[in-house]
Ligand binder design. Structure first.
Ligand code: ATP
Ligand code: MG
Length: 221
């Protein structure tokens, strides 16, 4: 069963000097699949993730999520879609500076109104898996790049959303920590979650089921 179907996607940025980020990109992701997206810097990978996540608006083309035409989903419906279905690990982490690590991870649980005790259990479990338990009361500015990245991952997966989008989730990590992160992703995959992972690391791509390559905003054969 198809979870995501992107057809002939286009996206340009800017008004005067137009930059073409996507130029007719196609992508189909099956439910439960673990997929890698690879491509050079500037090829359009983050743009694709932002469109799937509903963070950016489509330029042209179509995007179906299950049976829903996402070009028609706006406002509260779009907010709910993002809250209930998707977890995103941003390339630049996007942690909230005034929140502790614990509060950052707690955010999606709070938004989905998870009872406090249950939320606390989930936060502690994922923090242990990602080895950030000692950091829970720290603030983002007190974290190393890799610690911030693991916090961002914890926040994206703590609700075990149906679809997890991760933008270079191992970019700031050493090899061993990177492997631990991939183990967390594999566990979610085994539970039936769908994962789309942008990566420059061939080892990360190799541990996914399939790799899609993008070049200048187009599919590369
Ligand atoms: N908000 C924006 N405004 C203008 N141009 C943008 C914007 N976001 C992306 N671009 C441009 O669109 C193109 C694709 O960018 P994108 O961020 O998708 O690349 P990427 O494949 O994720 O690269 P990287 O591997 O460096 O993260 C690039 O040429 C980039 O400069
Ligand atoms: Mg990017």
């Amino acid at each position: 069963m198809e979870l995501i179907k992107l057809k002939n996607l286009t996206k340009t940025y800017g008004t005067k000097k137009k930059i073409t980020a996507l130029d007719g990109f196609d992508l189909t992701v099956q439910k439960g699949e673990m997929l890698a997206i690879m491509g050079r810097s500037g090829s359009g990978k983050s743009t694709v993730l932002n469109l799937i996540a509903g963070i950016d608006q489509l330029g042209g083309g179509t995007y179906f999520f299950e049976d829903t035409d996402m070009s028609k989903v706006t406002g509260d419906k779009l907010t709910r879609f993002r809250r209930d279905q998707i977890g995103v690990v941003f390339q630049h982490f996007a942690l909230i500076d005034d929140y502790t690590v614990y509060q950052n991870i707690a955010l999606p649980l709070k938004l989905s109104k998870t009872p406090k005790a249950e939320a606390d259990q989930k936060i502690k479990k994922i923090a242990a898996e990602l080895e950030i338990t000692p950091l829970l009361q720290k603030y983002p500015k007190e974290l190393s790049g890799g610690e911030a990245q693991r916090t961002a991952i914890a926040r994206a997966v703590v609700t075990e959303p149906k679809l997890i989008l991760a933008d270079e989730p191992t970019g700031a990590l050493d090899e061993e920590t990177g492997k631990k992160i991939m183990q967390v992703f594999h566990n979610l995959h085994e539970k039936g979650n769908t994962l789309v992972i942008v990566t420059h690391d061939p080892a990360v791509a190799a541990s996914c089921e399939r790799t899609v390559r993008i070049r200048d905003g187009k599919n590369e054969a």
